[in-house]
Design a protein around this ligand. Sequence first.
Ligand code: 3Y8
Ligand code: NAP
Length: 250
Amino acid sequence: MTVNLLILGGTTEARRLASAVAEAGLRGTVSLAGRVERPAPQGLPLRSGGFGGIAGLAGYLRETAVTHVIDGTHPFAAQMSANAVAACAETGVPLLALTRPAWEQGPEDHWIRVPDIAGAVAELDRPAARVMLAVGRMHLAEFAPNPQHAYLLRLVDPPAEPLPFPEHHVVVDRGPFTRDADLKLLTDHRIELVVSKNAGGSGARAKIDAARALGLPVIMIDRPAIPPRAEAHSVEAALAWLHGATERGV
Ligand code: 3Y8
Ligand code: NAP
């Protein structure tokens, strides 16, 4: 069977998979939501924007005769992943998730684990501190109830609207980040507390390694629930699945 792969992208691992698929001479497309102004080149043709829910994705799979879907989205992109499980079940297109194991707390880590964004907001109901809020842009408004803190924000694009924090400093940057650069960032801004999603992978963990080196506490947000699906934790395993699936003719 001729492969026509759809990669749901937006992570370092998805981009690396796309390059490997292109090098293998297989046909594939990377899909992004269109969240940022200048997405990184993906090594395969790119489509951008929502599909229109489960029905929209199922329609896309049929119309473009996709033979396999690899969901390489971020662990917090739970809606996209749930839609992929449903649309692939409906259309019979084989689905594999390429996802990263959650970060584990080490002996020198000072983590305060919370179940979700609301848990992180509740945890910030404490006396004023210098906080690195490294959760991106989309959920910033939820953090408005704690204006007492001085926030260091890292955003992929400059903020389009005023931010709900009287005292804040914005760094416009995209990852993957490095431990040394984040060590300097936390030190220069005299950060006392870091707020982070448990993204897993290497691209976002620099701030966690830097916080550990500085002995700083981290409010660590656990991942949202995602329906069960086949999973791989490396590009090599994802490619093996793809080759295996094509040999089996599924
Ligand atoms: C549009 C596509 C690659 C992929 C790079 C990874 C690593 C660097 C670290 C911090 C944490 C954060 C954020 C982050 C990281 C990788 C990966 C990752 C975290 C790009 C990209 C898109 C997005 C969307 C963006 C979100 C935001 C989240 C910033 C490309 C650069 C905070 C997640 O302004 C916005 O609307 C931003 C939205 C979703 C979370 C949020 O709620 O704001 N990612 N990030 C994707 C699309 O349109 O479909 O240009 O590369 C991708 C990457 N961002 O090629 O190596 O694999 O995780 N992304 C988090 O983990 O908390 C930054 O600052 O320390
Ligand atoms: P989400 O909340 O799970 O998805 C909301 C809706 O956005 C989806 O239902 C879908 O719209 C659209 N969408 C999401 N990802 C898409 C993709 N790759 N291609 C096409 N449409 C997509 O997703 P999110 O958390 O906003 O994440 C959006 C993108 O940013 C994803 O590519 C993700 O990998 C990347 N990202 C997210 C985070 C994060 O912290 N959430 C971190 C790093 C990268 P329709 O229902 O209309 O199809």
